[in-house]
Design a protein around this ligand. Structure first.
Ligand SMILES: [Zn+2]
Length: 223
């Protein structure tokens, strides 16, 4: 199998989609006489890039494609209420559902839930129910589960979350995502200045939210 075919499988798109991304440099690779040389890290980096996260891949899934216990019934994307692109899939148990394409590609969703209980102890099940209760409360409050110290996507050139290199401006651009909206924190000649701007914005926007989330989590544990 050619590398392009392999990547097309991983991304769930056509080979020409992959060639386009490689030519544009969106996925980093080297063209050789033997074809494209692309590292696994480069593919992961592409999947984790803010652009893909912000504008979930416009790539198409294929009918019959399998993700865990899901089989794609209808790959045509439809927006969910929260704006996520979803595909119609059927679980091995027969249940059909629209599931976020990103969740499928990332392996975040592997079944309707019927397979999850299979290998878990009562303790794990109890923990999961508690976790779901906490998540419900957090979402009802319009919050996210973690704001600070979370594992985030790092921009490849700057190596820092919320800071990316703007080639056309020859400057670092700092930004922060708040409630799915990108807030610009300005352009900087020095990387350090961009990082400082980002850190300050985290304190301003994330700290109060993190405190509210922590309070919910604590409250739930007492119950
Ligand atoms: Zn199922």
């Amino acid at each position: 199998m050619s590398r392009v075919t392999e990547i097309a499988r991983i991304l769930g798109c056509t080979e020409s989609n992959v060639c386009y991304l490689l030519r544009r440099g969106r996925i980093k690779g080297k063209k050789t006489s033997a074809g494209w040389m692309v590292s696994d890290e480069a593919v992961q980096e592409y999947l984790a890039s803010p652009k893909v996260q912000l504008h979930p891949i416009k790539l198409k899934l294929h009918k019959g494609q399998k993700f865990g216990y899901w089989t794609v019934l209808n790959p045509d994307a439809e927006r969910s209420k929260s704006g996520q692109r979803t595909a119609l899939v059927r679980c091995i148990c027969g249940k059909t559902k629209r599931v976020s394409i990103i969740d499928l590609l990332y392996g975040h969703s592997r079944s309707c839930g019927c397979r999850r209980a299979e290998n878990s102890s009562p303790g794990q099940q109890e923990g999961r129910e508690k976790g779901q209760k906490i998540m419900n409360q957090i979402h009802q409050a319009g919050l996210s589960p973690a704001y600070l110290d979370r594992r985030t996507n790092r921009n490849s050139r700057s190596g820092h979350t919320g800071v990316c290199w703007r080639e056309n401006m020859q400057k670092y651009y700092a930004y922060i995502m708040v409630n799915r909206k990108q807030i610009s924190l300005g352009l900087y000649t020095e990387l350090d200045d961009a990082i400082v701007a980002r850190k300050a914005a985290e304190e301003k926007y994330f700290r109060p939210r993190q405190e509210r989330v922590d309070a919910i989590k604590k409250g739930m544990v007492k119950d």
